[in-house]
Design a protein around this ligand. Structure first.
Ligand SMILES: [Zn+2]
Length: 284
């Protein structure tokens, strides 16, 4: 094959690859920015090797663009994870941490191309790293809450600091409320166990407390009732036992009631049919 023909063929191939890159990127711009579309664009860009693409008014390197889109795809994937147990939370935390570090190392000092091109959003690469680091700490907190609520509270404290750095006061506030509730310790009103982790390891059960009863509980270093005095603290063990006992009693009462209602209904039916037969006899 003549050299020029070969080059033409190679040129055609490059043109075709470049066109498929633009197509894959345009699909993202058209709103299909699910991770599959993003990964397709990454694959197309990687196939181009090291090349330069025109993106709006700018020229960008294909490999830089591939790196950025890959990070955005990974971000979507990790944010979609819905962990349901400690080890899944631990796994999510690890992936969030790794991604945060990758944003920091690969996009620091750069403005992300895709958000700017399609959504007119000026996002500095490193600003992506901060929320991911915060979420990693929160996921770590959740992975530890069943075994070690104090450590979980400490991770939420780190998350709070990351959110503050990211300028997300609202998220910092939410993290702060977890620091408080996970770090809060109480003494069970019923069994006297001392536990940390409000709403996880102990809960508030509504009750009526007289001043005398409150004073008798005030000798303990940890509170056993909430300050409004409308409820007492119960460890999850006591709460669970009380709840299940109450539930089974309620079920039993309902069944007894059903039997009584059924009996009464039978009596009413019999009376009704007696009245009907009397009426029929009268009408003859
Ligand atoms: Zn208890």
């Amino acid at each position: 094959m003549a050299a020029d023909k070969k080059f033409t063929k190679q040129g055609d191939l490059m043109n075709a690859r470049t066109a498929s890159c633009y197509a894959a990127i345009m699909i993202i711009g058209l709103g299909q920015n699910d991770s599959n579309s993003l990964y397709s664009a990454v694959k197309a860009l990687r196939g181009l090797g090291e090349s330069t693409l025109k993106m709006g008014l700018n020229e960008v390197s294909s490999s830089q663009l591939a790196d950025e889109i890959e990070l955005l795809a990974m971000e979507k994937d990790v944010l979609n994870l819905k962990p349901s147990n400690p080890s899944e939370y631990g796994e999510k935390a690890k992936r969030l941490q790794e991604l945060s570090m990758r944003f920091r190392s690969q996009t620091a000092g750069k403005i992300l191309i895709i958000p700017e091109l399609f959504w007119k959003q000026t996002i500095a690469g490193e600003s992506k790293a901060l929320p991911l680091a915060a979420m990693a700490e929160e996921a770590l907190g959740e992975s530890l809450i069943l075994d070690n609520p104090k450590a979980a509270a400490e991770h939420y404290q780190s998350a709070r600091l990351w959110w503050m750095q990211a300028g997300r006061q609202d998220m910092a506030q939410t993290a702060s409320s977890f620091v408080q509730s996970y770090g809060r310790a109480a003494k069970c009103w019923f069994c006297g166990r001392e536990v940390s982790g409000e709403n996880i390891h102990f809960v508030t059960m509504s009750s009526d407390l007289t001043n005398l009863i409150r004073r008798s509980a005030d000798e303990s270093a940890l509170p056993s009732y909430d300050q409004s005095g409308s409820g007492v603290y119960a460890c999850k063990g006591c709460y669970g036992a009380i709840y299940k006992q109450a539930d089974s009693l309620a079920l039993q009462r309902t069944k007894e009631l059903e039997v009584r209602i059924d009996t009464q209904l039978d009596e009413i039916r019999q009376q009704l049919s007696a009245i009907q037969s009397t009426l029929r006899q009268m009408n003859r």
